[in-house]
Design a protein around this ligand. Structure first.
Ligand code: ATP
Length: 421
């Protein structure tokens, strides 16, 4: 984990937030390379689950919603609270469900030191307008999901979708977590990619299975996670969210242990029933009106980034390589003039660089020797390095080197784009 955090900082993937002011605990900023990976993940997801499908549409809703939303969803009552215990001696705080309450405090090792668990609502509160009065209280959304329920009828009315269909959204969510930590694994501000997939009640088993498969396909084929590192945890009834009839956590072997990466839940018709007094869906053939049921697959963006970095980080004898899938890599290729002080080489290389940049993120490097440039690109996961040498001026070919095998071959300049594609 230390190696990943250090690489992220050193190369501009992820920095500590507000660092020049001493930081802000557990806040992180994505740097120039991090934002590329993150956007690549989000774009790939949007393409796979929204743009390539006929049965899913997207929305992008406001972060701050009418507080009545959170009353209806249960977030303001018992539903969205964790139990907190505090060590009476050193005041360390823990989530009651994450520790053995009979054990000693991990921090100061005192026995029998915990307070009784008390509930702690995880929502961030704010005020709308100038007056900090009760009626102006609002909350930053703790999940993106509720917007898909609240906008259900508007989406239905404008798209004329029929069951089964889904509404998708990518966006920030905020939770005042009791125990944030492990880098970007658990933060108070994070991003989610969520789908609410609306179905008839009788279809829930099938749909749940389909989504389970889709999520595995995403992890294995899109993120390139090894099957061996992915696990399913069926959540028993007494631990499930209040609305859920079946929930599976998809866990990943992070460097700090096996932890939740994504979730898949059958939420019944709980949310739509709470938001709509009248049944919001009408079957056009039978004229039956009812509240559709919903399957909710949910993906954390930041945990996806962390899993991807963990999975593809590798150390070889003389180099560190991030073996990122092509689609996730911040740069798809890097272009080098063999020597920085030969104008003809630089000019030729610049031409290639400018051309490829029309379609791909491409890096430029003319510092130091080629070996160092390879090393530097391997570390940030650039799949191909393209070197322009003196022969290139004669034969319109360049050397292209593959990140994973380190093999080099000559290729015509005009074939570069199709090769990358
Ligand atoms: P946990 O049990 O780890 O607190 P959760 O079950 O409360 O997570 P969900 O409410 O199911 O999480 O949220 C959906 C997804 O959002 C999670 O699978 C995870 O990827 C992501 N997520 C949730 N909380 C955080 C957080 N504090 N920081 C980063 N990502 C998060």
């Amino acid at each position: 984990m230390e190696k990943i955090v250090s690489l992220c900082k050193r190369r501009g993937f992820i920095f500590p937030g507000s660092e020049i002011y001493g930081g802000l605990a557990n806040s992180w900023d994505y740097g120039p390379l991090g934002v590329e990976i993150k956007n690549n993940i989000k774009n790939l997801w949007w393409k796979k689950f929204v743009q390539s499908r006929n049965d899913i549409v997207g929305i992008d809703a406001a972060l701050i919603m009418n507080p009545k939303v959170w009353e209806a969803s249960g977030h303001l009552s018992v539903g969205f609270a964790d139990f907190l215990v505090e060590c009476k001696k050193c005041h360390s705080r823990y989530r009651a469900d994450q520790i053995d309450l009979k054990a000693a405090c991990e921090n100061c090792e005192t026995n029998n030191s915990f307070t009784e668990p008390h509930q702690f609502n995880l929502m961030f509160k704010t005020f709308i307008g100038l007056a900090e009065e009760k009626e102006n209280v609002a909350y930053f959304r703790p999940e993106t999901a509720q917007a898909m329920f609240v906008d259900f009828k508007s989406v239905l009315g404008t798209t004329r979708k029929k069951l089964p269909f889904g509404i998708a959204q990518i966006g920030k969510a905020f939770r005042n977590e009791i125990t944030p930590g492990n880098f970007i694994f658990r933060t108070r501000e994070f991003e989610q990619m969520e789908i609410e997939y609306f179905i008839r009640e009788s279809d829930w088993g099938n749909s749940f299975e389909n989504w389970r498969k889709e999520m595995h396909s995403w992890m294995e084929n899109d993120l390139g996670l090894d099957k061996k590192h992915v696990h399913e945890l069926e959540i028993p009834e007494n631990e499930r969210a209040h609305y859920s009839k079946q929930t599976i956590d998809l866990e990943y072997d992070f460097p700090f242990g096996r932890k939740e990466l994504y979730g898949l839940a059958y939420r019944g018709d709980f949310d739509l029933r709470n938001h709509f007094k009248e049944a919001p869906y009408k079957d056009l053939e039978t004229n039956d009106k009812f509240w559709p049921h919903v399957i909710e697959p949910t993906w954390g963006v930041d945990r996806s980034v962390l899993a991807v970095l963990t999975e593809h980080y590798s150390e070889e004898e003389d180099r560190i390589v991030l073996k990122l899938p092509f689609k996730l890599a911040p740069y798809k290729a890097a272009v080098f003039p063999l020597l920085a002080n030969k104008p003809k080489l630089v000019e030729k290389a610049k031409e290639i660089y400018d051309n490829l940049r029309k379609d791909f993120m491409v890096a430029w490097d003319d510092r130091g020797n080629i070996g160092k440039r390879y090393y530097s690109q391997d570390e940030i996961g650039t799949p191909f390095c393209i070197t322009v040498d003196f022969d290139s001026l004669e034969d319109d070919s360049v050397t292209i080197r593959d990140r994973d095998t380190a093999k080099q071959e000559r290729i015509k300049i005009r074939d570069l784009a199709s090769r990358l594609r």
